[in-house]
Design a protein around this ligand. Structure first.
Ligand SMILES: Cc1cc2nc3c(=O)[nH]c(=O)nc-3n(C[C@H](O)[C@H](O)[C@H](O)COP(=O)(O)O)c2cc1C
Length: 212
């Protein structure tokens, strides 16, 4: 089967079903007037080391309501990405309804807002990784009515729970990041395996291996 995205009703469901599993950015932000917001975004990834850059993409509207996260970030230029782990997955899900801007999703989810050090938006205490970010730019994608804002942000401070990091090594068995599949489906990431990456050595290509 071949699918022409422009000619396939509901292509979004196919796309989010095949680009899996996705990490989930739990984005905390604050409006210029001081309203705190928290919502999950799984069109999310890290895209550059230097400058340390993450991206996530938000549709401009949920129905007729503008998405608070995108509006806040465009207003203030700041936000925090909190990584979603298994222990807070249900709490994360509880924040995903289209609540009015004056509803504090930290309260809905029973999560604790703790102050950040550089940005005004608070962090989620129960998440073991919080990335304080400054907005680089929002790239608008799509036509009026179906627009997405691709948020490009620079990490200005990363908080990580001590028991999860050893030198540069992250202990994923302790971190327990949640993966998003499609619709209401998620996955655990505890079942891991190793593949050692080959090194290209031109002088040895074609020669028999030592143990041949
Ligand atoms: C796991 C999960 C991932 C989501 N990812 C996205 C996403 O990448 N982009 C998006 O626009 N909405 C996404 N949503 C929907 C938003 O979280 C939802 O519209 C939310 O109400 C937005 O809140 P806000 O208006 O406070 O920003 C996701 C929802 C869930 C449960």
């Amino acid at each position: 089967m071949k699918i022409d995205p422009g000619n396939f009703e509901g292509f979004n469901r196919v796309l989010t079903g095949v680009v899996v599993p996705r990490p989930i950015a739990f984005v905390s932000s604050i409006s210029a007037s001081g309203l705190v917001n928290l919502a999950p975004y799984s069109f999310f990834n890290a895209v550059s080391y230097d400058p340390p850059t993450i991206v996530f993409s938000s549709s401009r509207h949920a129905g007729r309501k503008a998405k608070d996260t995108l509006a806040n970030i465009e207003e203030t230029g700041e936000f925090v990405v909190n990584i979603v782990v298994d222990d807070i997955a249900a709490a994360m899900n509880s924040t995903a309804a289209e609540y009015p801007a004056d509803v504090d999703e930290f309260q809905i989810a029973g999560l604790t807002a703790v102050p950040s050090e550089i940005v005004r938006a608070p962090r989620v205490a129960e998440s073991p990784v919080n990335m304080e970010c400054r907005l680089n730019q929002v790239v608008n994608l799509g036509k009026e009515g179906h627009q997405h804002g691709l948020v490009i942000g620079e990490i200005v401070l990363l908080h990580i729970r001590d028991d999860i990091i050893d030198g540069h090594r992250i202990n994923h068995q302790r971190l327990k990041p949640t993966g998003r599949l499609a619709g209401n489906m998620y996955c655990y990431t505890a079942d891991t395996y190793e593949l050692v990456r080959p090194v290209y050595q031109p002088e040895t290509v074609g020669e028999p291996a030592d143990n041949a």
